[in-house]
Design a protein around this ligand. Sequence first.
Ligand code: F6P
Length: 512
Amino acid sequence: MSDAREQAWHRLSLHPKHTLAQLFKTHPGRLEAMTARLELDSADAESEAGGILFDWSKTHLTPELIADFEALAKAAEFDEMRGRLFAGEIVNPTEGRAAEHSALRGVGRDASVEEADALRERMRLMVEAIHSGELGEVRHLIHIGIGGSALGPAVVVDALARDLALVDVHVVSNVDGVALEAAFAKCDPAHTWIAVASKTFTTIETMTNAASALRWLEQNGVADPTGRVIALTAAPSKAVEWGVDETRILPFAESVGGRYSLWSSIGFPIAVATGWEDFAALLAGAAAVDAHFRDTAGRANLPLLAAFADLYYARIRGAQTRACFAYDERLRLLPSYLQQLEMESNGKSVTAEGEPVSGPTAPVTWGGVGTDAQHAVFQLLHQGTHLIPVDFIASIAPGDDLDQAHHRILLMNCFAQGAALMAGKPSDDPARAYAGNRPSTTILVDDLDAATLGALIAFHEHRTFANAVLMGINPFDQFGVELGKEIANKIEQGGATFDPSTEALLKLAGLE
Ligand code: F6P
């Protein structure tokens, strides 16, 4: 680590540790200073998207801490790294790749944006063919993928198309056949198409599920099951080898990482379920955040400021986890999505140069949906021994048409939890005392629509990148997932020996 970086971290560790109550008391303008609004309608004159409010006032960030984090960003060459990201330069050195997810939203290297536009047009025509009936009556789409090839479509379809889907979409990821059978049970094979989503088109779970889906179609009287497959991949030749006709392959660029790929053809089921307009709005919302992240300096840059808070808790206060609670049923899958985004990106022990890191990297990301989680896990947040910074995410406008009481109670509870975590409550009875001084951030959208959701996800992508740059790690590789796959392959091939525990388990399950 460079001296300048080391010094910046050292200075950060020296700041006094005031309580949240003290911070509010000593700085009357704290709320205004620590709250920011991101407007989304500037990205697209046609769009009526509103904005997102970020309230960091209930975190321990102070203007002085932020100034020292800005010094860290300078020492970590944050501006230069961000410039390289948007210029489509190699920012993933271990794999020699760029990371061009923003180009899919129109913000990036010109040639990559042009290529993405052309591929998106190809995808639009396929979506149109489905909606117009050109491909017959398509009632169901089973989207088969895993990890980044499933979580993005799953979270967005669940948020935006739950009761209004133009086509009934089922996202299946687990190789456990129970998952695929559940989807079969809800689909009429005569009117079902299959999307096989895999960047590499080799992932064993996805290819096993895809083969079973074809067998299911065949067994149920579909004469040409492969003719019902649409491949979403960065490896079109592999899809051709597997038997998919070239006209039904929707490619995307190799420079788009799996967990950053929902904006590419991997988002095909989103467009099929919600319609093209919503998919375009999702991209426009993300593009507004791209422009903000690319063009805004220092503390006014919201994903960067979020990363300052993340790193303060992970590195200075020793927080081992970070929780995200969506007070919105439509976002119930968001914590799982963020889990992959943050843990697969930043769960690293070496720097981008291969040196051991100088402090903790990504905390464990976890969470759930409010108000359910209040009645299950919030006990630990309020009285447990762990320090857990919490993000609350909610929408001012309701997602339901029922009595307004529902949304009122939902939001009141969300805000009450943040207030309770901060304020605490003394008691003579230790079992009933709340220490308080527990941090939270509130992210409040005007209305959860496609543009806002796109912006929210892009905000988290850039927050993850900013965290990585400040820690000096490469967020775009994921070699940690390989060893388990290799061992599973060895088991499949037979002949290898393992530790006594693994040998015994294999024997018990009849897999030796
Ligand atoms: O094993 C991890 C991983 O490579 C993820 O990064 C990726 O999103 C997922 O597997 C699926 O990979 P693919 O899209 O190539 O099937």
